[in-house]
Write a protein that binds this ligand. Structure first.
Ligand code: G6P
Length: 590
């Protein structure tokens, strides 16, 4: 949700910033901008509506110190005037977050006769900093005084004219600072500046940093110099390149087998250590998450309750944080988040911890805010995921969560099906799922699309529906197959394709009843199932035959054709599946 970058060093800043921004574009892509301090100490500023590519003309800007931003609009429409950096007098700033008291602060600035040139909440911060800079004469002190007046969330990188330094501040929005040979960087995410030899530190809430050619200085909330341990930044991996694929989404679906297998192995190792103690003693499981990660939590609930008989509740983090939740003693809360930075998930996790729960983080990013908050971490090994719609990270979460369930069941003396040949199963599901490309014409003109299932199939249906909505913009719903007749069936006709999931033989007849009901109302029906005879039913217009898998773990394979369906429909409709409108991959604001 907005990506920010900063660079100071021997190289020209503009190309470094543009490169960093293009790697952070998954965080938002409605407008972008950079500001560079030139040799004579003055700012050059370029801002554009649209994607980072629209900033190409800024590549030639001269100057060794600069900041940049790629935006996902919160306050103020996507436009050039609302694009960052925002400038006031001799100060310039980029911001990720939401300033909740911006309106009242802005009124006070207006009363002082100051003029604003955007509709953003961020601009007020640059006004405050410029005013305090006049009084303090030092950018770091000015930023600290301004942030003391702000409520809400922020990651700032701030420049002032005449100086080769960047001051950073953070509260509840991610911000990394990094030092290389004679240069320093700031970024929302380590992905912006991969590179051997660079070392990074993730600022904690209330901390500040000053970046110069000499490196990075970190300051605590009282502006005292703080010695912090820096970690090596990973080198650029294959994850950041599309390779032979047309889109990251399709490439990342191809990486599902690897992501699931590696995450399963990582979880199995962890399940024999510290985590095991916490896990095996727990009487209740709570899961907090958003979006796709919430769906992986739902899948875990089905498995944990049926195999380990551990009562499990799954909460939308955005609801949990304001719901005064009951946190049972002796319980474990699992916060699931690919990025480890989702604002609602972080707030829910913090609340669960405050209320006495042990907190386990399941995340794909090692130095994320969530992993720093948690008592125990389990890392999925999906590699960087760039397409906004989560695919391989979902499979990685499922594999890890299912490994925990197996361990939990064993600790309770209960049997559980073996999770074997996961990579091969996923590969087979990709092979079969490619057939959904032929379904696309039945979906492109659809008024609405329903995904039906029971039990674990219902959880996969919810995720399939979310995927299709995200990348094709077709309205739809994932639905409990038996519930359709209690209202939603009224929506079903020839214009509403239905995808039914039937992975559990014990529930097959029941879900097929729903298939008959929607078919009778004219809906084109598509089936995802390992049972060949069901696929041959006259009602079924198209089918994907899945490899056989224990029904309780079936979302691991059944979601894959749904991901592919969403991809093919989006491409057939001319959408960009990697960057759907209005969305961002990492939602660091409420
Ligand atoms: C955004 C993304 C989704 C993701 C959700 C939760 O909405 O577009 O793909 O599932 O955030 O993200 P997290 O990083 O917490 O898993």
């Amino acid at each position: 949700m907005c990506g920010i970058v900063g660079y100071v060093g021997a190289r020209h800043a503009a190309p470094v910033l543009l490169d960093g921004l293009s790697r952070l574009e998954y965080r938002g892509y409605d407008s972008a901008g950079i500001a560079v301090v030139g040799a004579e100490g003055r700012f050059s500023l370029v801002r554009r509506k649209g994607r980072v590519a629209a900033l190409e003309s800024a590549r030639a800007l001269a100057g060794n110190c600069g900041i940049g931003h790629t935006r996902w609009a919160t306050h103020g429409a996507p436009s050039e005037r609302n694009a960052h950096p925002h400038r006031y007098q001799n100060v310039c700033l980029v911001h990720n977050g939401i300033l909740e008291n911006a309106a009242s602060l802005k009124e006070a600035c207006l009363a002082r006769g100051e003029r604003f040139s955007s509709d953003t909440d961020s601009e007020v911060a640059v006004h405050l900093i410029a005013r305090f800079l006049q009084e303090e004469g030092e950018l770091l002190r000015a930023v600290a005084r301004a942030t003391a007046l702000l409520s809400g969330s922020y990651a700032f990188a701030v420049l002032c004219e005449g100086r080769e330094e960047i001051v950073c501040a953070r509260r509840r929005s991610p911000l990394l600072v990094a030092a290389g040979e004679g240069e320093a960087f700031a970024a929302s995410d380590a992905a912006a500046f991969p590179g051997a030899g660079r070392r990074a530190y993730a600022l904690e809430d209330g901390e500040f940093a000053r970046l110069t050619r000499a490196g990075v200085e970190v300051f605590d909330a009282h502006l005292q110099r703080a010695e912090r341990a820096f970690f090596p930044l990973p080198e650029e991996g294959a994850s950041s390149q599309k390779g032979a694929f047309r889109h990251f989404m399709r490439k990342e679906i191809a990486e599902v087998p690897m992501a699931a297998q590696r995450s399963l192995s990582a979880a199995r190792k962890m399940a024999n250590s510290q985590l095991c103690e916490v896990l095996c003693q727990t009487k209740y499981l709570h899961i907090v998450a958003c979006g796709t990660a919430y769906h992986s939590g739902l899948c875990m609930k089905v498995a944990a309750e049926s195999l380990a008989r551990v009562p499990t509740e799954v909460f939308l983090a955005s609801e949990y944080r304001y719901a005064d939740p009951i946190v049972p003693a002796g319980g474990l809360t699992i916060a699931v988040s690919q990025s480890g930075e989702t604002a609602d998930t972080l707030a829910a996790a913090e609340l669960a911890k405050e209320r006495g729960s042990t907190l386990l983080a399941l995340t794909n990013v090692e130095h994320s805010s969530l992993s720093r908050l948690a008592d125990v971490c389990l890392f999925t090994r999906a590699g960087q995921e760039i397409a906004v719609a989560a695919t391989k990270s979902f499979s990685a979460q499922l594999a890890a969560l299912y490994a925990l369930v197996v361990r939990l069941a064993e600790a309770r003396g209960r049997g559980a099906p073996r999770l074997r040949n996961v990579a091969a199963l996923c590969r087979a599901a990709i092979g079969a799922g490619e057939g959904t490309r032929a379904w696309a014409p039945s979906f492109t003109g659809a008024r609405s699309v329903f995904f039906l299932g029971r039990g674990a199939d219902r959880c996969a249906a919810l995720e399939g529906s979310l995927k299709l909505k995200e990348v094709s913009y077709l309205p739809g719903e994932g639905y409990a197959a038996g519930e359709l007749k209690h209202g939603t069936l009224a929506l079903v006709d020839e214009g509403t394709p239905v995808v039914a999931l039937v992975c559990d033989r014990a529930l097959a007849d029941k879900t097929m009843n729903a298939v008959h009901e929607v078919y009778a109302r004219g809906a084109p029906v598509f089936l995802v199932t390992p049972f060949a005879e069901l696929a041959r039913a006259k009602e079924v217009r198209g089918s994907v035959l899945l490899p056989a898998c224990a029904p309780v773990f079936s979302p691991l394979v059944s979601v894959i054709p749904l991901q592919l369906l969403a991809y093919h429909v989006a491409v057939a409709m001319g959408r960009d599946p990697d960057k759907p409108r209005n969305l961002a991959k990492s939602v660091t604001v409420e």
